[in-house]
Design a protein around this ligand. Structure first.
Ligand code: COS
Length: 383
């Protein structure tokens, strides 16, 4: 759906108010409790954020990519844990069904994912398969009209909250690479599925991550996404192409917020008889951050437009993810520098965001994986 400009602006204004008045003031509480409070979760549901990218026919808002990234930029201003709680439903936890699911799979799961009654989670990474996702070992052996899953998935975002897992598992035991992998929908509570203890993390407290363990877990063959075996890796890659654009937008939104907070601080804090913002060495850092944020915004918006126009945006999504995630790291680093000692002290908030942004360069494909994807595509496209 393409919203008319006025409706989109209204949505963005409402969300911006929610971010400034509800989310940012609750950041410390969320970090300390390592959980999103129920009243905020309730409001996130009411605003329809769980269903941003799910078609209207299945209860979501059905935003196109251009609209989705604008929303992600606004929500991205708040600590990333808030976005993470509904982020899997918007991205990796629902899009395999949206892109490749059967009608029955869409009807069964999308409405509940859109409302936030069901939290979706994406199980690709394993203890020995991260960047080399195609080498995953979790096995799925056919047993009549079921498959038996065995294996461990690692660092799975929202696993402790999830009601539905998209699980990549090897259905072709003779294969060693991406070709023998299928994507399964596995409901929480299925015997043989357990979720490990939530991990202690460097940042993004409030966004739980845990192992998901399959021990002779019986899953109906009808739960293979799209009903076709050995297509799961391609489905996962398509999901990540979209997810990487969304993450890029979140990075630019958060970078804008960090720069804004930092400039306010620099205009207030006095040294050597002037404010920090009077000094050219500080101004250089502000200018570098503004320039890089603007560059990332342009990239993300261009790639989103191209995707909506039907272009294959694998390369552009990786370029945007690489640049925006590295950029927000540099912006956060300069922000700590401009804050000086205050940048290192928890009460000022910048140190939390500095830790939070570090994950963006790692998840949904590291910077180095984005480099490989981009280079392979560029080299293949030229004589
Ligand atoms: N869209 C559709 N199909 C894709 C695709 C995409 N974006 N990327 C790859 N494929 C297809 C290929 O066309 C190929 O199909 P054929 O077998 O029909 O030729 C198949 O998938 C395998 O592709 P490829 O050979 O490129 O796979 P590799 O094993 O070399 O892996 C990388 C490619 C490294 C890019 C992939 O493993 C990757 O993205 N790793 C990072 C995973 C990740 O992001 N993890 C984060 C955790 S998930 S939050």
């Amino acid at each position: 759906m393409a919203l008319d400009q006025e409706t989109l602006n209204q949505l963005l204004t409402t969300l911006d108010r929610f971010v400034q008045e509800r989310l940012i003031p609750a950041e410390r509480q969320v970090a300390d409790a390592d959980a999103i409070p129920d009243d905020i979760l309730h409001d996130i549901r009411e605003l329809g954020l769980f269903g941003l990218s799910i078609p209207e026919s299945h209860g979501g808002l059905g935003l196109n990519m251009v609209e989705e990234i604008e929303v992600a930029m606004v929500i991205g201003q708040a600590a990333p844990a808030f976005r993470s709680i509904f982020g899997t439903n918007v991205g990796i936890g629902s899009q395999a069904i949206v892109l490749d699911g059967t009608d029955a799979q869409k009807d069964t799961y999308l409405p509940r994912l859109a409302s936030g009654d069901l939290i979706g989670s994406f199980c690709l990474t394993e203890p020995e398969a991260g960047s080399d996702a195609g080498s995953l070992k979790t096995s799925a052996k056919r047993d009549g009209d079921h498959f038996i899953l065995n294996g461990t998935k690692r660092f799975i975002t929202n696993a402790p909250l999830a009601g539905l897992f998209t699980v990549m598992a090897r259905t072709d035991a003779d294969s060693k690479d991406a070709r023998g992998v299928s994507a399964f929908l596995v409901e929480a509570g299925t015997p043989g599925l357990t979720v490990g203890k939530p991990e202690k993390k460097m940042g993004q407290q409030g966004a739980p991550v845990a192992d998901v363990i399959f021990d002779n877990c019986r899953v109906p063959a009808a739960n293979i996404i799209g009903g076709r075996e050995n297509m799961g890796f391609k489905t996962a890659m398509k999901v990540l192409d979209k997810g990487r654009l969304h993450i890029s937008a979140v990075c630019t939104g958060l970078a804008r917020r960090i720069l804004r907070d930092t400039v306010r601080y620099a205009k207030d804090r006095r040294q050597f008889g002037g404010t920090l913002s009077d000094f050219q060495l500080i101004q250089a850092m502000i200018a570098d951050s503004e320039t890089e944020i603007y560059a990332a915004e342009c990239m993300v918006r261009d790639a989103a437009k191209a995707r909506d126009a039907g272009e294959n945006t694998k390369r552009k999504a990786s370029c945007a993810k690489l640049f925006a995630s590295e950029m927000v790291g540099r912006v956060a680093d300069r922000a700590v520098q401009i804050h000086g000692g205050a940048g290192y002290i928890a009460d000022y908030g910048i140190e939390q965001l500095y830790r939070d942004v570090r994950l963006f360069r790692i998840y949904e494909g590291t910077t180095q994986i984005q480099q490989l994807i981009i280079a392979k595509d560029v080299i293949a496209s030229l004589d």
